[in-house]
Design a protein around this ligand. Structure first.
Ligand SMILES: Cc1cc2nc3c(=O)[nH]c(=O)nc-3n(C[C@H](O)[C@H](O)[C@H](O)COP(=O)(O)OP(=O)(O)OC[C@H]3O[C@@H](n4cnc5c(N)ncnc54)[C@H](O)[C@@H]3O)c2cc1C
Length: 534
């Protein structure tokens, strides 16, 4: 009998599982889904009895969509995401007079195979993640339960949880691992006593979500109005929706900023009024740049907003959380199956922290540009931005693509190592689609100069297959044919002909086709599975 999702979201607690996930937001749900797909028994503990109905994130990047593709979201739900495209795509900075300071072209497929930037409605994504998580064997969701504390010993973690409405009625959940995906005010992080670093950036912004009643014409997908009188952002927030964000000026209180009348007054200069739009919600947020100084304590890990916070000017907070989910779960899955040693978990925090710190710094830097309230400094900024935007590369600047932090689970120091790997559209045996769907999305050994499998000894080839690895010759001679030139361009850009990518799409090693046996030997050593002598 199929159990309706509503009931499974309130399943009875199981005393022992492989992993407890605290927090059923997007990051916790995706984490549980990936772990369930890897064969782990997972319990998600979520303090709210119902899903959070309001959006926070409204744009999502190509890499995050590839992660959602791996989770199975894109198979039936790609229409949740509206790609930035056409003459009204892209990212613009304008000054107080509305003059263009800088335009960045987002209207292209990026290397992950999906549009560079996409608008979406966060509650819709969370509904799909919850549905998929609940349909995954081994995953249960316990809504209306709150985390209160934990104890650890050599073999695992005991979490102390209680019904949110009845905090005194403690129950205990035993697991090998626990993941704190419990948001910005993480109780797990606080319980562990983990210190939080701070960028020093802080600004209150009013966020207004509305549905236009008639089609609106916008010059860009996202526009930052760098007006010292009233810094503002206008953004596409998914099919049929728009969002404005307005910074709080020093002469306005948080209470005033949060009023309906303020939202309508601030939107009026753009012609958005009660006659042209339906207000979905408005709320004041304090934007900050913060990070947990450690992402692990024993068998407990942090992920998502529990581990990092950033101002939303680059639309990267949730994207970073989805990266955490992927980076942590492939490791836990392999350790659980015995195909990797527990030491691979040591690189999760350093890799992800180094990566996200770069993005937090960029988001804060963008915030300092946008939030400038001094008229003279704003004028100087405008002049400088106009000067820089005349450089040819200014319009094609990519959003940040940092390298993994150090130490990382990678081999060698090549330019591409530790960076995002590409995904092309391919054809194989008459089937067309994105590589991960057609050939497989785990470990990927891809060469533009011949068949990788032909270079591997029998033992290495069998081992690579056993960890879920796929090989492909995309030179045109093999069975997989690339249709859009993504791999060829990537190989040319990085002066290499082959790469070995991890299940989170970061390059483990890149180099010449002939180096492929060395890539695999290095990977075997890096994973050091207890069952492997290699
Ligand atoms: C205004 C705004 C705009 C944004 N725009 C973007 C954007 O465009 N693109 C982007 O990528 N990101 C954006 N972000 C960031 C993004 O929304 C967050 O990074 C993301 O929602 C975090 O997801 P999470 O699952 O880590 O945390 P949350 O969504 O906060 O989920 C945490 C969950 O843990 C539960 N919980 C908390 N404590 C406990 C406890 N003790 N026991 C049990 N459960 C508990 C909570 O109820 C909650 O459901 C934006 C954020 C804001 C505020």
């Amino acid at each position: 009998m199929t159990i309706p999702p509503g009931l499974r979201a309130h399943a009875p607690l199981r005393p022992t599982v492989d992993c407890v996930v605290v927090g059923g937001g997007p990051v916790g749900l995706l984490t549980a889904l990936f772990l369930g797909q890897s064969g782990l028994r997972v319990s998600v503990v979520e303090r709210q009895p119902r899903r959070y109905p309001l959006p926070r994130a409204c744009t999502i990047d190509h890499e995050a969509l590839r992660i959602l593709q791996a989770a199975g979201v894109m198979t039936d739900h790609a229409d949740l995401f509206e790609p930035s495209q056409g003459e009204r795509g892209g990212y613009e900075f304008r000054n107080g007079k509305g003059e263009l300071l800088q335009a960045i072209d987002w209207n292209r497929a990026a290397e992950s195979g999906w549009a560079n930037t996409n608008g979406f409605h966060q509650p819709d994504l969370e509904a799909v993640l919850e549905e998929l998580a609940l349909a995954t064997p081994g995953v249960t969701l316990h809504r209306g339960w709150s985390f209160h504390g934990l104890t650890q010993d050599d073999t695992g973690v005991t979490a102390h949880v209680a019904p949110t409405e009845e905090p005194g009625a403690l129950s205990h959940l035993r697991s090998r691992w626990l993941i704190g995906a419990d948001g910005a005010r993480s109780a797990v992080r606080t319980h562990l006593g983990i210190d939080v670093g701070d960028s020093g950036f802080e600004a209150d912004w009013l966020v207004v979500d509305y549905q236009p009643l008639a089609e609106e014409k916008w010059s860009a997908f996202v526009t930052q109005y760098c007006d010292p009188e009233q810094p503002a952002t206008a953004v596409n927030s998914g099919p049929g929706r728009r969002r404005f964000e307005f910074m709080r000026r020093t002469d306005t209180t948080v209470e005033e900023l949060g009023r309906d009348s303020t939202a309508w007054r601030l939107m009026a200069p753009w012609g958005v009024t009660e006659k042209t739009a339906r207000l979905e919600r408005h709320a004041v947020y304090t934007f900050r740049g913060q990070w947990a100084r450690s992402w692990r304590s024993g068998n407990v890990f942090l992920a998502g907003d529990a581990a990092h916070l950033m101002p939303p000017f680059l639309g990267q907070g949730l994207c970073a959380g989805l990266r955490d989910a992927r980076a942590l779960t492939w490791r836990l899955g392999m350790v659980h199956r015995g195909t990797a040693a527990p030491e691979v978990l040591d690189t999760y925090g350093p890799e992800r922290m180094g990566h996200v710190r770069t993005i937090i710094d960029e988001a804060v830097a963008a915030g300092r540009v946008i939030c400038e309230l001094d008229a003279d400094r704003a004028a100087a900024r405008d002049t400088e931005m106009k000067r820089r935007s005349s450089a040819p590369e200014a319009i094609t600047r990519e959003p940040p693509h940092p390298r993994l932090g150090h130490p990382s689970l990678t081999a060698g120091h090549g330019e591409a190592t530790g960076r995002l790997a590409p995904q092309a559209r391919v054809e194989e045996a008459g089937r067309e689609g994105l590589f991960d769907d057609i050939a497989g999305g785990g470990w990927q050994l891809i060469s533009g100069a011949g068949d990788p499998a032909a270079l591997l000894g029998e033992d290495d080839a069998a081992w690579f297959r056993a960890i879920g690895g796929v090989t492909a010759d995309v030179s045109g001679e093999g069975s997989v044919h690339e249709l859009d030139g993504t791999y060829a361009r990537w190989f040319a850009r990085h002066a290499c002909t082959a790469f070995l990518a991890r299940p989170d799409f970061y390059v483990f090693a890149a180099g010449a086709h002939e180096d492929i046996p060395a890539f695999v030997a290095r990977l075997r050593r890096a994973l050091r599975p207890r069952t492997d002598d290699g």
